[in-house]
Write a protein that binds this ligand. Structure first.
Ligand SMILES: [Zn+2]
Length: 288
């Protein structure tokens, strides 16, 4: 697929390439000498301001979260993502371009049981102003609450079990959003150069400026779930747990992911098909 980046405004070409079992998800910068590659893992997260940027010694890949979110929902664990620029194309601001490309390309089940990070005990990060935690759950569930002092947003909550169907229907179409008053400040920092109403919901102090309006009345919190799901991919293995978020952004998600990875006594790595304790929901979620 081709498109411009939200923050750089640069046109970029992205190619999804098949990868063998146990490869993981890698980004490859094909425009740089030696084609440097970077795994989509938390220790490579270099910036979390407005988007998640992965960085190596002398290169980076920005705004990875919408692409990674789609991989999580479709259970794609092994993939090489080639990119000829510094930022993933933004498309229409949702996950739709990635979903369409992957569904058109098709996916293959590989001959290895899928491994999961299975949460045994709650892991918490945050304070009263914003927090994130993950609790034991036999599936992947995200409950997110946002609060913006804006008449078109306010307080919104979404509680959803993640699977291909729910993602495609309820999450993937939700677009990123930004406030007009922040655009000038963002541009001064070199961000949002590609942003427009073609790839974001734009709000002034009172209204939504996009003539087409919203895709969902609560599109904002749906997009936050999209972002969170993408950031969870940096765990390196799919998560089995209930993620609860209050005013979470990319920075909080990166801190939660890092804390999970450091809390080795709070999770265990299981294989698909393993017997789980207290597992009445086993057949409803990721096991189909
Ligand atoms: Zn986003």
């Amino acid at each position: 697929m081709k498109g411009i980046g939200l923050h750089t405004g640069q046109p970029t070409r992205l190619t999804f390439c098949p990868a063998p079992v146990n490869t993981g998800v890698y980004f490859v910068r094909t425009d740089l000498p030696g084609r440097p590659a970077l795994a989509a893992k938390a220790n490579h997260v270099r910036a979390t301001q407005l988007a998640t940027t992965l960085g190596g010694d002398y290169f980076s890949v920005s705004t990875v979260e919408h692409c990674l979110s789609t991989l999580a929902a479709f259970r794609i664990d092994n993939l090489i993502i080639e990119l000829d620029g510094p930022e993933i194309p933004i498309g229409d601001g949702s996950a739709k371009i990635f979903l369409d490309a992957l569904v058109n390309a098709g996916m293959t089940e590989q001959e290895q049981p899928r491994k999961y990070i299975y949460i045994n005990q709650n892991i918490y990060f945050g304070d009263d102003s914003k927090y994130a935690y993950v609790a034991p759950y036999n599936g992947l569930r995200i409950s997110s609450t946002i609060e913006f002092p804006h008449p078109k947003i306010g307080r919104q909550t979404l509680d959803i079990d993640i699977n291909e169907q729910s993602f495609g229907r309820d999450i993937a179409p939700a677009r990123t959003f930004g406030f007009l008053r922040e655009v000038e400040a963002m541009r001064a920092k070199g961000l949002a150069r590609g942003g427009s109403m073609a790839n974001a919901i734009v709000l002034d102090s009172e209204a939504i400026l996009n003539p087409e309006g919203l895709r969902f009345h609560d599109e904002f919190v749906r997009h936050k779930v999209l972002d969170a799901l993408g950031d969870l991919v940096t765990l390196g293995l799919p998560l089995m747990g209930h993620v609860v978020l209050y005013k979470a952004g990319h920075d909080l998600m990166n801190r939660l992911v890092t804390k999970i990875l450091n809390s080795t006594d709070h999770f265990r790595v299981i294989e698909l098909g393993a017997d789980l304790p207290d597992n009445p929901l086993e057949d409803q979620y990721l096991w189909a």
